[in-house]
Design a protein around this ligand. Sequence first.
Ligand code: GLN
Length: 551
Amino acid sequence: MKKKNHKYIFVVGGVMSGVGKGIACSSIGKILQSKGFKVNPIKVDPYLNVDAGNMNPTEHGEVFVLDSGLETDQDLGNYERFLEMDLSSADYMTSGMVYKHVLEKERNLGFKGKCVEAIPHITDEILRRIKKAADFHESDISLIEIGGTIGDYQNILFIEAARTLKIKYPQDVIFIMVSYLPVPGSLGEMKTRPTQNAVRQLNSYGVQPDLIIARGVEALDYKRKEKIAMACAIAPENVISAPDIESIYDVPLNFEKDKISSIILKIFHLRSKTNGNSLKDWKEFVHKRAKAQKEIQIAVVGKYFDTGDFVLSDAYVSVIEAVKFSSYWNGVRSKLTWINSKEYEVGTRKVSELKNYDGVIVPGGFGESGVEGVIMSIEYTRKNKIPYLGLCYGMQLAVIEYARNVLGWSDANTAEINPESSRVVIDIMPEQKKLLEEDRYGATMRLGAYPAILKIGSIAFEAYKQKEILERHRHRYEVNPEHIEEIENAGMVFSGVSPDGKLMEIAELPREIHPFFLGTQFHPEFKARPLHPHPLFSAFVESCIRVKGKK
Ligand code: GLN
């Protein structure tokens, strides 16, 4: 049973994918928060993967990790960033997850011999999960984003579940369609027909949208709002104009130009719990972004940048956003240049080009290809005192570079690449090794939030200004405890370690040796927020600005 008066907003996509349902959902949530409501976002991914862990980031975009360790779609990252929330496993659902639960229940006689069917058993399980998430967050309004586009077979059961909820609680459920209005080059005008067709398709499922968010390259004029309204049986005011804009963080303010919050609250018979000043902090951030003009140059050196046809900004979206937040609050814009490390290996680029950058980031990664090129760039960055931030693999490879070039262990390596090396400085932990031998890859990663204790006086401690931190992980390998003492004696400082002292979480070089050289075993980018930039990214950006100033 749902909480009395609890409201549900289902967000579906019309016409085509990739038009920004996730950002629309996050923005609506942000606006409702500013009206004093507690919201909880849920992402529904219709694919059969049980989670996003085994999905290729170059095809599907970044795998976003929650505190709980659940590997999810990048949209959860947008929700967390916009809504300033730490989401839970209850806030993400895939068809695979739903089916798995129902099938296991069937195997355990959970249906007491009844015939188990997609409707109602799968739809009931979908609704059970939606209600569970609302209860967990004790929210007033749930925002449920249904992945895919209207007309897909895969998401029909989710829409059917939502429809039954609307039948049961007509006052408490609304549907928003995020649609797209193309401007064919030959005509030069916005066409409404695909949207009309998408709404008809949704109608054929027994669902009528309450609002339509009309995405497009331009703003929607009133004439076209009326046309959509007439064809789709919806008030013209309920068609929200959502043109392409420079920054996704402007979207909430843009939606409010068309009064989206008052329309939603009116349908729900709710009144704003706040007055004036809504979105004040958000506006300050948007203003900071618009004002930041000075540019710093950051090279991102990695190994996945050569597949040609995938969108980099998707595979590394959290890193990119984390850099942006810290940059804007420091009054600068960061221009990121993506460098494929393999080019350093084959000589089509020279590492000395890195002297033209104000900072270097090496993000996470897996496997062997391009790794030697990354190590070459770390060596150059370290020796030439260019600010360096290594994220996960970027920390492990920095330790390997140090072992090879400072300690002279020329074949130092990670067990991921060469377990036969005479110095395996990055190794699999014994518990993980056993699982790997049994081919249970899914279970071999350290996933989710783990605490670390920081060394007082270190760069990390100065950045966080606290002794204990909690950061999210997604990796198999760790600094090998056998070599820690020798590496530290050679000057590298492990400034963050697990509470039991066994796992090295942060590696850095002292300030006297290098202006900023730091790597993290965890992924700080998952916890960076527009209104709360991540302290390590901020420390990195600040050092880039300082070093640039001295050039
Ligand atoms: N491949 C490394 C590991 O598994 C690093 C993973 C990462 O960068 N996320 O430990």
